[in-house]
Write a protein that binds this ligand. Structure first.
Ligand SMILES: Nc1nc2c(c(=O)[nH]1)N[C@H]1C(S)=C(S)[C@@H](COP(=O)(O)O)O[C@H]1N2
Ligand SMILES: [Mo]
Length: 231
């Protein structure tokens, strides 16, 4: 399951899209994309998985509300709190080394009309929730991020679909542009549910909570087989 890369002394410089932020659609500003910016990776990406071709780290468009966040691995903490028995702060290595690792090929679809499918590697959000012990009244999981972004999903969706919080994609550590240290792999949901740079997971009893794009008119369910507007 787990792919250990060790320390790879090669730094791959890959060109990436540099995109203006805060457009009118989730991640949807004008794409003036002056290519030529680079994303540094700590290894060579896996580009095929069980016979299926994968997209690349630099196929995603960087159009986050405040641009890429630089999170310090040493001081980083992931707080899991809210309606739980024992709130906890996790260090980066407690997340990446202290839990069972899983991997899945999942496609992210942004409402702007672009999609990328890659291999995500990480841990189950529900494993963290088990550790802190959700109270019976908890039914909603709110994700907050280093840039002030937030989004939420039903607790049942997180548990029933073995939803991952990823620290690697295509076998390399998530770069800052892709949400280092952690991005939610919200499969079957529009891209705006895929919180990057996650710093806090709150267990809540408020299914009506609306995150950044949800409070700006985007669907709270965020199902990618439905319109991204409404509900
Ligand atoms: N913290 C944070 N997470 C975020 C966003 C953001 O602005 N801030 N944008 C979302 C949107 S709209 C999309 S489509 C995906 C895109 O991921 P990418 O920027 O890696 O392409 O991130 C999502 N996660
Ligand atoms: Mo998006």
């Amino acid at each position: 399951m787990r792919r250990r890369m060790g320390i790879v002394p090669v730094i791959l410089l890959i060109s990436a899209a540099l995109v203006g932020c805060s457009g009118p659609a989730p991640g949807g500003g004008p794409q003036n994309t002056p290519r030529g910016d680079v994303i540094k990776l700590d290894g060579v990406q896996i580009r095929e998985y069980k016979g299926e071709k994968l997209g690349s780290v630099d196929d995603f468009r960087e159009n986050s509300i405040k641009g890429p966040q630089q999170v310090d691995k040493e001081t980083y903490r992931l707080r899991v709190m809210g309606l739980v028995n024992a709130p906890r702060d996790y260090t980066y290595s407690q997340i990446t080394s202290g839990h069972a690792a899983y991997e899945k090929v999942v496609q992210l679809d942004c409402v702007e009309g672009w999609s990328v499918k890659v291999l995500w590697q990480g841990i189950l959000v529900s494993d963290l929730i088990k550790e802190v012990g959700a109270k019976g009244s908890a039914n909603t999981v709110i994700f907050r991020a280093a840039d002030g972004y937030s989004t939420s999903l039903p607790l049942s969706y997180i548990e029933d679909n073995a939803i991952l919080i990823a620290y690697r994609m295509n076998g390399v550590t998530l770069p800052a542009e892709r949400g280092f240290p952690l991005q939610l792999v919200a499969e079957d949901k529009w891209g705006y549910k895929w919180a990057k740079w996650i710093t806090e997971i709150e267990l809540s009893d408020d299914p009506a909570y609306r995150g950044y794009w949800e409070s700006r008119g985007y669907s709270s369910s965020g199902d990618r087989n439905k319109s991204s507007r409404g509900d």
